[in-house]
Each structure stands twice: as structure tokens, then as C-alpha cells.
Design a protein around this ligand. Structure first.
Ligand SMILES: NC(=O)C1=CN([C@@H]2O[C@H](COP(=O)(O)OP(=O)(O)OC[C@H]3O[C@@H](n4cnc5c(N)ncnc54)[C@H](OP(=O)(O)O)[C@@H]3O)[C@@H](O)[C@H]2O)C=CC1
Ligand SMILES: O=C1O[C@H](COP(=O)(O)O)[C@@H](O)[C@H](O)[C@H]1O
Length: 596
């Protein structure tokens, strides 16, 4: 820092201070490619905040974080849990020196959740409903939490609440108790209108947050600010700059500022790196939560447990036993009013480069040293680095008939709404095993699954080959399940074989257990400071490295999508590619989710 002055001291002389330029020391990059500590962000303070500290809190400049936890576990528990094993924040007060590590630990006290782009599709369909679910389960306590919607659209608090209300129950009817809950929740939501690049709106926002913090003024005045950017990525840099200039938590009071950014993060390697650099100048990597909501899905979160806590799988999970792996996403509807957005990105950027590739990482990575976020993400990066360049012959693109009828889609659009891409991992475990990533809109069904097909039994004495290979299927949605397709003896007097399954269907096995929505879980992780299920900067870079050359060939028109009928399986050429890659379909067998 210049002349040994703290940012607070420097900023005292600037009513509207710019963010500090990185010093030589600060601009040193970590292994994740991000700037190392920008401690200035932590110490930054406006004069009026200092005054507030003096007036209201009369406590020295913050050198500690105060965490109230259960038995020193740092576990944030829901309010009102009565079970003694899950009693909330009851017992001990932990005081530790302020450090980067402590910044990632749950804290109590005032929590402001700010949804930028609150007028949009994602906010109303996913973000606010997830917040409501957390509220209902006691994770967001009305004494601590305020939720601010921010967008350019000029609407009142009540208009925003009305927009949100209809989405809180996912189209299902609500009981009177639930409606009452919804009304109470909506009272926590306020709306502020402003643009994403001008200070006036962000000053207003900061003032509103600050007033909430002062009125709550609990837990030593700790201020936790979670900014959720439900915005098109083009707006991220300006919105982040405004947050950094005007809306940071007043760290003199303890707490943190965290930013959640949505995908697609960039359009290719260069643009993603440019975006990362811009945001990295403003926030530490520990403050940035790159969300990929597939990482919040129950069965995706189960992958590490499945692979590394079960002896069954350890010896089988490799090229010696597995023939091919498919990771599939299908939707039975088209771009549905999002044609303008979609046409700019296409199915590879929308689904494959992020959601399916993240799943691939968890399926293919080596065992991490521990469950620490950095250990897991280190392993994911290694897998991505081992992916070979994609060959054009191992790609089939499609575009559904009628896609261009959307007035926001150009008539000559070359954008794929369907793609099958074979990835090859060049390492000891996976050499020669194709990872077939397939995603499509307007297909014949809606589902997402991982299908691991094993090799045939050598020296088969039952002649089962034609019936089908062993498969292990992880159904991510709908009807979450894991089932193992295997050959058994057909019950009866004859010695014949038949395909059957060992089935773990969640609805049947876990009756009455509510599976959390992905966004719900990930927002809670953000509040807790757990980055395990978020994408690190270097991971993102590797993901773009894999797909950028292919995307550029599509953008330049060198590769063209084949037409397919809405409601079909996609282009037949995709099935041909599957067969060429080694996938053998099981004939005369279909898994039916069990009825309750
Ligand atoms: N919708 C979905 O299902 C999913 C979306 N995402 C991602 O989440 C983010 C938000 O998505 P979604 O809600 O669908 O997006 P929207 O297109 O609905 O945009 C969200 C809000 O951003 C503002 N906005 C839109 N375009 C611009 C622009 N060009 N300049 C400035 N502000 C703009 C608008 O608010 P106002 O004009 O009022 O300021 C709008 O209400 C995107 O990054 C998207 O890729 C990720 C997964 C799923
Ligand atoms: O990120 C996206 O995901 C949704 C599908 O999410 P899911 O949880 O319902 O599987 C997809 O519709 C959208 O195009 C994409 O942007």
C-alpha cells in the first residue's frame, strides 16, 4: 500500500474513491490465476462508515472475526432446530485473528442478499424461490436477513413481490400456512431501481443495505453482503465495478462481501479470461462464486461419495472395465422465449462446456487428498488438462426445425440446439474410453443422466452378448435414481438369461425426504463460504480451452448443424456416432422408475 497508508486512510480524502490499483505485491497471481490477497478490499472504509463505527459501535478497528458456532464446529445451522444434535449456534463463541481463511467461515449477524437483475427470468424462477426455501427451512432468519432486488425496470417493492410470488411454489398450489410463509418472506424483499453502470443506483442500494445493517445491528454489527448477479455476462464488469466502488461490506464491522456469477462466463477462452481478469482486479478469488447449478444437484453431489466411499467401484472405475461413458442432457422444449440469448451462445456454451463438463470432471477425476474445496478443484483441473483436442469427426451438431421462427433468431443462424461431442482423456485411467457428451433442446424427453457402459464379460458361457452389457446409470433428473443393469437368470425352470436391474430410486428409498433444489444448496454454500461446488478460475480456463477451437469452427460456419424434428431423438447421425464410439444399445429392455 502506498506510503504505508491503509485504504481507509487514503479514501478518507476521496468522497467518491476509485478502487485501488493493484500493487505489485497484490498483482502476483496464485495458481488459480487469480490475484492473491487484495487485503485493501477488506480494510476499505468510507468516512461515514468510520463515523458510524465510532457512533454506534464504539469499538476499535476490526482485527477479529467473531463466529458463534455450535461446539466450535463453524457449522451454520437452521434457526429453530430443536434436535440437540442440530441446535443452532448455541454454545460457544470463537474469536480468531482476522485472516483470509477466516473470511471463508460462516458468520452470524446481519446478512443482505442482493439480487441484481431481479426483474429477470432466472431471478424469479430460481433465485427468489431458492431463497424462499432457505427461509422456510430456517436458514434465513428475519431478524438477520434482508433481500434486495436491483434492476433497471421501474417497479415498486410490491410489484416485484407479485412477480416473485407466483414462482415460489413451482406452479403447485400452496396451503394457507405456506401462503402465510410466502407473505412473511416477501416482506423481507425490497426493490431498488438503477442501472448497472451508474453510481447513483448503487449509492442508493448501499444506503438501503446500510440502513438495514444499522437497524439490525446485531452480532457486533457484522455485515455480510452477498451479491447474486442474475444478469447477462456482458453486464458483469460494470456491475462488479459498481459493487466494489460503492457497496462493499464495511469491514470495520466484520463480515464479508461475496459475488455469485452465473454462467456462461464468457463466450470463449479469450473473452472468459478477459472477464476473469476484470473481475479478478476487483475481488479476491475467495469472494467470487462461479455458479454452475448442476454442481448443486443431489446426484451430482453424490458422485464423490459413490466413487470414493464404495469398495465396489474402486477397482472397476477405469479403462480395463469401462467401455464408454455418456453424459446426457435432454429437454423436451425449445428455446422458449430465450431465443435471442440462446442464439448468441448455442447448446455447447449453454450446457456442454459447463454443466456436462463439470459432471465429467467428477466422474473422471482422481481421488482428492481431502474434501477441501482446493483439493477437489485441483483434481478437476488435472482431468480437464488431460482432455485431448476435439476431432470434427467426433462431433454431430443439430438445429431443430422451427428454431429460426423465433423473431429474435436470425434467419441464417448457424447455432446448434443439439450437439454430441466425444471427449478423450489422455491419462492412465481413461486412455481409449470415449466420454460422449450429448445435449439437445426440443427432443423427445426431458432428462439428464450419466450412463457408464462396461465391457463384455470375457469368455461368456451364457451367450448374453446380444442382450446387452452391464450399465451403471445415474439419473440426475427427473426421478433421481441409480440403477445397475445386469444379466440375471430368467426366473423359471429354464436356464436362460435376462436383463434386469439393481435399482435405487430416490422417491421409493427416501420417501418423504425433500431433495433440495440446486440453487438452494449453492446459495447456502455461498453464505457458509464453502467454494467446493463452485468453479475456480483455472478450472474455467481449462474448460474453455477444450471447447474454444470447436466453437470458433462453428461460429465461422465451418461446421454446420443438421436439421432435426422437434420431439425426436435429434439427428440420426448422433446415434451413428454413438455406435462408432462403441456404445451398444440394450435391445428389448427399458428401465421403468418404480411406482409408489
Ligand atoms: N434463465 C435461466 O433459466 C438461466 C439463466 N442463467 C444465466 O443467468 C443470467 C440471467 O439470466 P436471465 O434471468 O435468464 O436473463 P434475463 O435476460 O432475464 O436478464 C436478467 C435481467 O438483466 C437485465 N438485462 C437484460 N439484458 C440486459 C442488458 N443487455 N444490459 C443490461 N441489463 C440487462 C434485465 O433487467 P432490467 O432491464 O430490469 O435491468 C433483466 O431482467 C444469465 O447469465 C444466464 O445465462 C443460467 C442458468 C439458467
Ligand atoms: O443452465 C441452463 O439450464 C437449464 C436446464 O436446467 P435444469 O436444472 O432444468 O436441467 C436450461 O434450460 C437452460 O437453457 C440453461 O441455460
Amino acid at each position: 500500500m502506498d506510503g504505508g497508508l491503509s485504504w481507509a486512510d487514503q479514501w478518507d480524502n476521496h468522497p467518491d474513491p476509485p478502487p485501488p490499483a493493484a500493487t505489485e505485491d497484490e498483482s502476483k497471481k496464485g495458481k488459480d490465476g487469480s490475484s492473491k490477497s487484495k487485503s485493501g478490499a477488506k480494510k476499505m472504509s468510507f468516512r461515514w462508515v468510520k463515523e458510524l463505527c465510532k457512533k454506534n459501535l464504539d469499538r476499535p478497528k476490526c482485527v477479529t472475526n467473531i463466529c458463534v458456532t455450535e461446539n466450535n464446529t463453524n457449522k451454520l445451522l437452521p434457526m429453530g432446530s430443536s434436535d440437540s444434535s442440530t441446535e443452532r449456534r448455541s454454545t460457544s463463541v470463537k474469536i480468531e485473528p482476522f485472516s483470509e481463511e477466516r473470511d471463508s467461515v460462516s458468520e452470524t449477524g446481519c446478512l443482505s442478499i442482493i439480487v441484481l437483475g431481479a426483474s429477470g427470468d432466472l431471478a424469479k424462477k430460481k433465485t427468489f424461490p431458492a431463497l424462499f426455501n432457505l427461509y422456510q427451512q430456517g436458514f434465513l432468519h428475519p431478524n438477520e436477513v434482508h433481500i434486495f432486488g436491483y434492476a433497471r425496470t421501474k417497479i415498486s417493492d410490491d410489484e416485484l413481490r407479485d412477480r416473485i410470488r407466483g414462482h415460489l411454489f413451482h406452479g403447485k398450489g400452496a396451503s394457507s400456512g405456506q401462503s402465510e410463509d410466502a407473505s412473511k418472506f416477501l416482506l423481507l424483499v425490497k426493490y431498488i431501481s438503477g442501472s448497472y453502470d451508474c453510481e447513483e443506483g448503487f449509492r442508493l442500494l448501499d444506503k438501503a443495505i446500510y440502513e438495514h445493517e444499522v437497524s439490525t445491528n446485531s452480532q457486533e454489527g457484522s455485515s455480510r453482503r452477498l451479491f447474486y448477479l442474475a444478469l447477462p455476462p456482458s453486464v458483469y464488469p460494470s456491475a462488479c465495478k459498481m459493487i466494489r466502488h460503492f457497496c462493499m461490506n464495511k469491514s470495520d464491522l466484520g463480515g464479508w462481501t461475496r459475488i455469485v456469477v452465473e454462467k456462461p462466463f464468457g463466450k470463449d477462452l479469450d473473452s472468459a479470461e478477459a472477464l476473469s481478469a476484470q473481475i479478478g482486479e476487483l475481488f479476491d478469488e475467495e469472494q467470487i462464486y462461479r455458479i454452475d447449478h448442476y454442481l448443486g444437484k443431489e446426484l451430482v453431489q453424490n458422485l464423490l461419495v459413490l466413487r470414493f466411499a464404495n469398495r465396489f467401484f474402486l477397482p472397476l472405475w477405469n479403462r480395463d472395465n469401462i467401455d464408454n461413458i455418456q453424459i446426457v442432457f435432454r429437454e423436451d422444449f425449445g428455446t422458449d422465449g430465450r431465443g435471442g440469448y440462446f442464439d448468441e451462445y448455442g447448446i455447447i456454451r449453454d450446457i456442454i462446456q459447463n454443466h456436462l463438463l463439470q459432471v465429467l470432471c467428477l466422474v473422471a477425476m482422481e481421488k482428492p487428498v481431502s474434501l477441501k474445496p482446493e483439493h477437489i478443484r485441483d483434481e478437476k483441473v488435472k482431468v480437464l488438462q488431460s482432455v485431448l483436442p476435439i476431432a470434427d469427426e467426433e462431433v454431430v451438431l443439430g438445429q431443430y426445425e422451427g428454431y429460426k421462427d423465433d423473431p429474435t433468431v436470425p434467419n441464417d443462424s448457424n447455432t446448434p440446439t443439439f450437439a454430441t461431442v466425444v471427449l478423450r482423456i489422455h491419462n492412465e485411467r481413461w486412455e481409449g474410453v470415449p466420454f460422449i457428451l450429448k445435449a439437445g433442446k426440443a427432443l423427445n424427453s426431458r432428462k439428464a443422466e450419466i450412463r457408464i457402459q462396461f465391457k463384455e464379460v470375457p469368455g461368456d458361457i451364457f451367450k448374453c452378448k446380444k442382450q446387452g452389457r452391464n450399465e451403471f446409470v445415474i439419473r440426475l433428473q427427473p426421478s433421481e435414481a441409480m440403477y445397475m443393469k445386469l444379466t440375471v437368470k430368467q426366473p423359471g425352470l429354464d436356464m436362460s438369461t435376462v436383463q434386469s436391474e439393481l435399482d435405487l430410486s430416490y422417491k421409493q428409498r427416501y420417501q418423504g425426504v425433500k431433495i433440495p433444489e440446486a440453487y438452494e444448496r449453492l446459495i447456502l454454500d455461498t453464505i457458509r463460504g464453502d467454494q467446493q461446488h463452485f468453479v475456480r478460475r483455472d478450472e474455467l480456463k481449462e474448460a474453455w480451452e477444450i471447447f474454444t477451437p470447436l466453437l470458433h469452427r462453428i461460429d465461422n460456419g465451418k461446421l454446420k448443424p443438421l436439421s432435426y424434428k422437434p420431439g425426436s431423438r435429434g439427428p440420426v447421425e448422433a446415434d451413428e456416432l454413438l455406435a462408432k464410439a462403441g456404445y451398444m444399445q440394450t435391445h428389448g429392455y427399458i428401465w421403468v422408475p418404480p411406482n409408489l
